[in-house]
Design a protein around this ligand. Structure first.
Ligand code: ADP
Ligand code: MG
Length: 719
């Protein structure tokens, strides 16, 4: 939210520094001088060389206005510079600022700004001319913990390279930088009237100290705090996923209408509770009685699903109250997402619902699922099987895509909810409900914007300590943000801010839908790696090379094999084996070798995870070969082809079982990459009675990325 310019006041450089020095920010020694004579006198007191600047509250970007003279060696240089500044007579010039000249080649920046959704943020990055050229900044939501500040220093390639020894200058005093960032954080929290702070540059001296030579503080009346929204409790949210009965208000036989596809999905999906169809016309539908109104229904209504046009929805609330309906899933669109009028209607609806003690989900949602009780209330009839992955999506079609893909990959779903416009129940409410749900192992969120940034950050962090929260953030780019705001009626906050929130709260942040489900498959099926060392086993060299490169790019190590392990493998592998990590079993037909190899690596204490390439999936290649042979070799007996195929299928199944057992024994993830599958590939292999599952991706990049997300999550837990 832009603060109206009229209410903003920029403090002068010197006033700014006075505030900052009260918060542990090291600032340059300086004197304010009213005229050139006083400037010359002050320079002599400070000692040469000095820096002379034009001074005044309205003067930002001083060097562009020709108001900064650095490295002035004597009194006459100072006098001349002062005259030049005066002759330019810029508007807002109130006097001069004489400063000690700070030596140092490295310039950083630090500061504060206020994000409309997440509030005060602290920034650190490359300063001086590099600021705009490289735009390398890292940020965190205030208040910062020490660990947040530490992370900010290592996050940026450029800045962290400059933190070390540089062209004969000592490494930067990290404590001083951390102290400055924590000081800024404190300032941000204690002074709500400080809208912005800009320290640029913060110069690192040759002995490694840091000094702010320029400072800019912008004061603005604090924004009215947004009153916290009433929260919907986890118990209330739990109820929507376990309704005793469901009534469809607006049931219809109209082909493809919501009122048709929702009830038919629920009926066909095998839900065991009572289902009521409501339509003023009455009669029958699909051989079932149709009630003319809610009041005609004799039994209790656990959940009312509403798909009638927006203008008629408000009138339903008194009927719900009368009938004692407490939970309403409002599918209908045409509310806040359409503009002023719709927003107004949505507001009135929420007020009425609260009065009637009705919990309202949506509007403009695509529905909910709970496969554990065959509760399928979505327009698209995809019916994933029950599992541990909970998914909440702010976009209906993204949700459907993800669900469909998840079910094809064998990923089980705990529950799905489209949060729609979040008029009453927000994505934060859902997240907190899954926090306390024992069945949920991983929480996936498709997010465009949140309503209460600081609550979101806090809950994500708390939930994250118990189970991974994986977020796909829509609106990463300007184009994406535009699309997001036009379809959910929400303003998408800057993606950079979100990235900071993700790091601070341990959110596993992904940028593609497939990546999200891969992370979810890994989290819900494998033990977490304890460190970043990866052992790779491959059938063929190139794959191993590519995977090693990918590991390095994702900050994973591929350590050399220990001598003990090499000797151990020498005893079992053919004499020409690679003797390095990746372990290459190429050209070897002995079916036992992969079993022995993967076990030796899993047992090796020099690695934290094992990636195996191409062991599983050979059954597909064989199938293709046999198909060709059938055409080429009239003598081939189909029974013998089937027998060979059956043997290889069984072998692969045994290998997957073996991996699952090893994971349990050594408490270490084993991730596979399958050979070419011709599109038949699936990610998860469930093994009866086993704690973990077989996880096999179609490509090394998917495997490495999923593993690196697990490592980052483990880092967060350790932190
Ligand atoms: P601007 O308003 O243009 O940002 P600054 O006060 O940051 O003006 O000065 C411009 C540049 O001059 C800084 O980026 C820095 O490189 C240099 N500079 C300013 N003050 C000092 C100082 N006290 N010691 C050394 N260099 C300085
Ligand atoms: Mg500056």
């Amino acid at each position: 939210m832009a603060i109206a310019a009229a209410n903003k006041r920029t403090l002068s450089e010197n006033e700014s520094k006075i505030i900052l020095s009260g918060y542990d920010v090291p600032t340059v020694r300086e004197v304010v001088a009213a005229d050139p004579e006083a400037a010359v006198k002050a320079a002599a007191e400070i000692g040469f060389p000095v820096v002379l600047k034009g001074h005044g509250g309205a003067l930002a970007h001083k060097s562009e206005l020709g108001l900064v003279y650095v490295g002035l060696e004597d009194e006459s240089a100072v006098g001349n510079a002062a005259q030049k500044i005066l002759s330019g007579a810029p508007e807002g010039l109130e006097g001069f600022l004489v400063q000690e000249f700070i030596k140092g080649r490295r310039e950083f920046l630090a500061g504060i700004f206020r994000d409309p959704i997440y509030g005060p943020m602290v920034v650190f990055g490359l300063g001086g001319v590099l600021t705009e050229a490289l735009s390398e900044i890292s940020m965190r939501v205030a208040p910062l913990e020490r660990a947040d500040a530490e992370e900010m220093l290592v996050e940026l390639r450029g800045a962290s390279a400059l933190m070390g020894e540089f062209r004969g200058e000592a490494p930067v005093d990290r404590e001083a930088v951390i102290g400055t960032l924590l000081g800024l954080s404190k300032l941000a929290m204690e002074r709500p009237d400080v809208a912005e702070v800009d320290l640029n540059p913060l110069i690192a001296t040759p002995d490694g100290g840091i000094v702010a030579v320029d400072a800019l503080v912008v004061i603005a009346p604090p924004e009215e705090p947004i009153p916290p929204r009433p929260q919907t409790s986890p118990e209330e949210i739990g109820k929507i996923f376990y309704p005793k009965s469901v009534a469809f208000i607006g049931a219809t036989t109209g082909m493809g209408k919501w009122g048709q596809s929702l009830p038919t999905n629920l009926i066909a999906g095998g839900y065991e509770g009572e289902i009521y169809l409501v339509n003023p016309k009455g009669g029958e539908m699909w051989g079932r009685h149709v009630y003319k109104s809610i009041s005609e229904i004799e039994g209790e209504i656990g959940l009312a699903v509403v798909s009638i046009p927006a203008k008629g929805v408000l009138e339903l609330i008194p009927e719900f109250k009368e009938k004692g309906v407490k939970q309403v899933l409002l599918i209908t669109s045409g509310f806040g997402e359409t503009g002023e009028e719709g927003r107004d209607l949505e507001k009135r609806l929420v007020e009425a619902a609260r009065d009637a003690e009705v919990v309202l989900f949506g509007p403009n949602t695509m529905g909910i699922l709970n496969p554990w009780i065959n509760l399928y209330i979505t327009g698209v009839h995809t019916r994933p099987h029950a599992g541990g992955t909970a998914l909440i999506s702010q976009s209906g079609n993204m949700g459907v895509q993800l669900l469909d893909y998840a079910s094809r990959q064998g990923i089980g779903i705990r529950a799905f909810g489209g949060s729609g416009n979040e008029a009453m129940v927000t994505i934060e409410d859902f997240m907190e409900a899954f926090e306390v749900d024992d069945e949920t192992t991983t929480v996936l969120l498709y997010l465009e914007s949140v309503k209460e940034g600081r609550r979101f950050l806090k809950s994500a962090k708390r939930v994250g300590m118990k189970k991974p929260v994986v977020v796909l953030k829509g609106g990463r780019t300007a184009a994406g943000s535009r699309a997001a705001s036009s379809h959910t009626g929400a303003m998408a906050s800057d993606y950079r801010v979100f990235q900071a929130v993700a790091k601070q709260s341990g959110i596993v942040s992904v940028s593609q839908p497939v990546e999200m489900l891969d992370a979810s498959a890994a989290f819900s099926s494998l033990p977490l790696p304890k460190g970043r060392r990866v052992a790779i086993m491959t059938l063929g060299g190139g794959w191993g090379v590519v995977t090693s490169d990918l590991c390095a790019e994702h900050n994973l190590e591929v350590p050399e094999l220990s001598q003990t392990l090499v000797s151990k493998l020498d005893g079992v592998l053919p004499p020409y084996w690679s003797r390095t990590n990746p372990v290459d079993l190429v050209g070897e037909n002995d079916p036992d070798l992969p079993f022995i190899g993967v076990e030796a690596l899993a047992a090796w204490d020099g690695c934290d995870a094992v990636i195996n390439l191409g062991i599983v999936g050979r059954r597909y290649l064989l199938k293709w070969l046999l198909t060709s042979l059938e055409k080429v070799d009239p003598g081939l007996e189909s029974s013998s082809a089937e027998q060979i195929q059956g043997m290889v299928d069984l072998l692969e199944q045994r290998y997957i079982d073996h991996c699952a057992k090893l994971m349990e024994r050594y408490d270490k993830p084993i991730i596979g990459v399958e050979l070419a599958s011709g599109g038949a590939q699936r990610t998860l292999y469930e093994i009866a009675g086993a704690k973990y599952k077989g996880v096999f991706f179609s490509t090394p990049e998917r495997a490495v990325r999923a593993l690196s997300h697990m490592c980052s999550y483990q880092d967060f837990i350790n932190r």
